[in-house]
Design a binder for this molecule. Sequence first.
Ligand SMILES: Cc1cc2nc3c(=O)[nH]c(=O)nc-3n(C[C@H](O)[C@H](O)[C@H](O)COP(=O)(O)OP(=O)(O)OC[C@H]3O[C@@H](n4cnc5c(N)ncnc54)[C@H](O)[C@@H]3O)c2cc1C
Length: 478
Amino acid sequence: MYDVAIIGAGVVGGQIARELSRYKLSVCILEKEADVATGATRANSGIVHAGFDAKEGTLKARLNVQGSKMMKEVCGDLGVPYINNGSLVIGFGDKDMEQIKALYNRGIVNGVEKLEILSKSQLERIEPNISKNAIGALFAPTGAIVSPYELAIASIGNAMDNGAELKLNFKVNSIKFKGEVYHISSDNESVCARYVVNAAGVHSDYIAGLAGDNSFKITPRKGEYMLLDKVCGHIVSHTIFRTPSEKGKGILVSPTVDGNLILGPTSVDIDDKEDNSTTAEGLDRIRREVCENVENIPLSKVITSFCGLRATGSTGDFIIDIKNRFVNVAGIESPGLTAAPAIAKYVAQILKNNSLELQEKEGFNPKRRPMHYFSMLTTEEKNKLIKENPSYGKIVCRCEMVSEGEIIDAIRTNPKAATVDGVKFRTRSGAGRCQGGFCSPSVVEILARELKTSVLDITKSGGNTNILICKTKGGGLN
Ligand SMILES: Cc1cc2nc3c(=O)[nH]c(=O)nc-3n(C[C@H](O)[C@H](O)[C@H](O)COP(=O)(O)OP(=O)(O)OC[C@H]3O[C@@H](n4cnc5c(N)ncnc54)[C@H](O)[C@@H]3O)c2cc1C
């Protein structure tokens, strides 16, 4: 029996698992997919929000500002890319500037530091490609960017290195509370736990319902994106927002930590919690709006588009509460990525207040090696490593310069990659300009060799997403 079972291996479940792995507790993470970080955590803007958006006095506002302050250290410990690039909310008229003033005031009440309202000339000085029609901006120097899926992968890997267990392909479909113990089951397996944490993203209302709590609903809200080639990453240096609307922070333009330019997201409520498709209308809207905000965006340099689903809760705030040793961590829409480290501390405190003993574990190691550390080494260090292990000298992904050694590391390091996407989101092999057109066959072969299976069994993302379906010629495939 586990002390705590966490349902959902996104950034929120991952940060909670890591926080709990500091203590003498048995913790397991249950995830329905074949890998971690496949939900909203994989498809979002990757912005560490300063904290001026969320309404004063809400849990969202408090955990946003706390999480933003914690993020640099958390990323440093976990070897996750983080850049403090600052953010701007730009205005085009008096009404926008009034809203910017209101955001400034809200930010001050929420505890955001160093906020400033910039004039047109100040704005143009720090962002030369900003629209000539912009007349001012709210500047949040504490805003930052981060790799959201790497943060989740590293959090879960670090929790596992400190003793937590991960069960993939475990789709929770039954929760029973018998004799003071939770029995949590999928079609094939069951686990028992004294406490349950529901961090199931858009499905957290379903999970709460399994435990008899129907007090809230989650609506999936679609957010579509376009990602531009690395040659465009310099077009802006800050994250550029328009003034927000009821449906969110609007369409942004931002560099990513990997040097690409990200455009999006749209904001459309839908019914289907698995609909991650992009649409012609959504992408058209992005093209139109980004060009109103920033000049010289080379829209011909799009390398991929994708969509994420926000878990929009019916209460308007993060839903974090406990009943009968069952903790809901639901409605964690934006700024949930930013807030994740603070949510984890908050949940640990709730568990403690409800009689879970948090006794510190000797030997807890908060640190983790970066996932693509090879590219950060000096030439001498690289040469030394290649001498010791020639697989680091064999480049598999030429767009992102990823070596075979790093791919093998990703397959052998917690949480172990077992799919082509798993390798991509840990090493960036396949995340570059050709989007895996060149390296995927080699990645399939390396996965098959490492996992001692046939290339026919290797999938893109688990289930029936096999990449190769049969032999067409003799030999070759194993
Ligand atoms: C378009 C968009 C833009 C965003 N931009 C930002 C941003 O810039 N900054 C920011 O701070 N936040 C942002 N967010 C919010 C942020 O991405 C989320 O708050 C965060 O990723 C939520 O993490 P999570 O772990 O709660 O959910 P998820 O990442 O969705 O993880 C939930 C997990 O639960 C699993 N699960 C579901 N049902 C079951 C089941 N029955 N059994 C087992 N497992 C199950 C899922 O497979 C999934 O892995 C954005 C979100 C979106 C969608």
